[in-house]
Design a protein around this ligand. Structure first.
Ligand SMILES: Cc1ncc(COP(=O)(O)O)c(C=O)c1O
Length: 409
């Protein structure tokens, strides 16, 4: 314990952590069935349909539609709301580009509310950003921890604005006893490899609103109002093709049955890690929003008092993989489409004032609390197959680094 591995000492944890193995015999059997059926086309196919039914059942909502990615699931949600070009959608500055790309593709203007101490958007800042052009609010439940959903629902209802939840990092996670994804009007989930349930790549969009169900279904299929057999076609509105295949449906069907147990195990392990590092001065464990579970898609540590990149590097040398700064900067500074407004061809559309759109510069200083949070975050990867001993090693390595790494003066 006397010397850090980065200085030539023994690493706290010598052996590698377990690799995540999310797929088993059930996935193999269902994929085999799908292939033997000789049709992998998902629309109306037995596997995708069963997955959509199970997914809707898990969340207790009436409608679910499978798609090709979280990005497409979010695009389906926004396309369902059907904003006008130049309308504004308020969302989170700490997220994946996939939350923002669909907003721009629907010719809307992303507006970023700042975060609070949970790393999720602050309801007060959301409300401050509402204008007569606000077409939707899209919250992102970062790392598996809920936004303040009661406040968000209240704001959305008072202003009569649709509320979308990006649950890509918060599958099967409860807030005040109800799953995230069921608080808003629509919710989108990524099924990408790293997510709590996965089909490698894939997405799901859900809603309880009957009036939006048809548009949501059609938006993943070019707006095509299919009729049985050959014949004249109608495409009811402009939409892409985001159809999920039977291969993905088969894997998803096996996964959806396990997702809550995956989440429960992550809650147990994440809470154990929090309890084990709670008393270290300068380390803030993952914040949990009051009333929420935290399903720990990743584990965020806040580090104050050490050079953050050095802390992460030192921890990694101790055998505990750690990344500094998460996405680095607020998402609008990570994306050329926003920071430089490089969008379609030589244009900056929709940031060119079209349709009376508000003109905005996406600059440093727009979301100061976000910048501060990102400058101090270290993310630790972990998953449901870790053991308690693995968590104890992570905690032990954090203690060791905190004790031995020189602090900033
Ligand atoms: C919060 C969030 N939103 C959206 C996405 C986009 O999902 P996908 O990569 O499946 O398109 C991700 C994926 O990383 C995400 O974490």
């Amino acid at each position: 314990m006397s010397r850090l591995a980065i200085d030539g000492g023994q690493p706290y944890r010598a052996e590698p952590f377990p690799r995540r193995t999310p797929f088993g015999d059930e996935e193999v059997a269902l994929v085999t069935e799908a292939i033997r059926s000789q049709s992998l086309f998902g629309l109306g196919g037995p596997k995708v349909t069963a997955l959509e039914t199970e997914f809707a059942g898990l969340y207790g909502v009436k409608h679910a539609v499978g798609s090709t990615s979280g990005t497409s699931a979010i695009h389906i949600a926004i396309g369902t709301v059907n904003p006008n070009p130049g309308d504004e959608i308020i969302t989170a500055p700490i997220t994946d580009g996939g939350s923002v790309v669909p907003i721009i593709y629907q010719n809307c203007i992303p507006i970023f509310a700042d975060v609070d101490e949970t790393y999720n958007i602050d309801p007060d800042d959301v409300e401050r950003n509402i204008t007569d052009r606000t077409a939707a609010i899209m919250v992102v439940h970062l790392f598996g921890n809920a936004c303040h959903m009661e406040a968000m629902v209240d704001i959305a209802r008072r202003h009569n604005i649709p509320l979308i939840e990006d649950c890509s990092q918060a599958h099967a996670t409860k807030y005040k006893g109800r799953y995230l994804g069921t608080w808003g009007d629509l919710a989108a989930f990524s099924l990408q490899q790293s997510k709590h349930m996965t089909t490698g790549d894939g997405g799901m969009t859900i809603t309880n609103r009957d009036d939006w169900a048809e548009r949501m279904m059609l938006f993943r299929d070019k707006g095509w109002t299919r009729k049985p057999g050959w014949g004249p076609r109608t495409y009811a509105f402009l939409a892409p093709n985001y159809r999920m295949t039977e291969l993905h449906g088969a894997v998803g069907l096996a996964q959806v049955k396990k997702v809550r147990s995956v989440v429960e195990r992550r809650i147990e392990l994440g809470s154990y890690l929090t309890a084990s590092i709670r008393d270290i001065e300068g380390i803030t464990p993952a914040p949990v929003t009051p009333g929420s579970e935290h399903s720990y898609w990743a584990y965020p540590l806040r580090v104050d008092g050490w050079p953050v990149a050095r802390f992460a590097e030192t921890l990694t040398k101790e055998g505990v993989g750690a990344g500094a700064f998460y996405i680095g900067e607020p998402i609008f500074l990570c994306m050329e489409a926003l920071a430089a407004k490089k969008t379609f061809g030589n244009s900056s559309h929709p940031f060119d004032g079209c349709h009376g759109a508000r003109q905005i510069e996406y600059t440093k200083g727009m979301c100061p609390r976000t910048e501060d949070a990102l400058q101090h975050i270290i993310t630790l990867g972990f998953h449901e197959e870790y053991t308690k001993k693995d968590i104890e090693d992570i905690a032990g390595a954090i203690h060791k680094v905190a004790e031995l790494l020189p602090r900033e003066v």
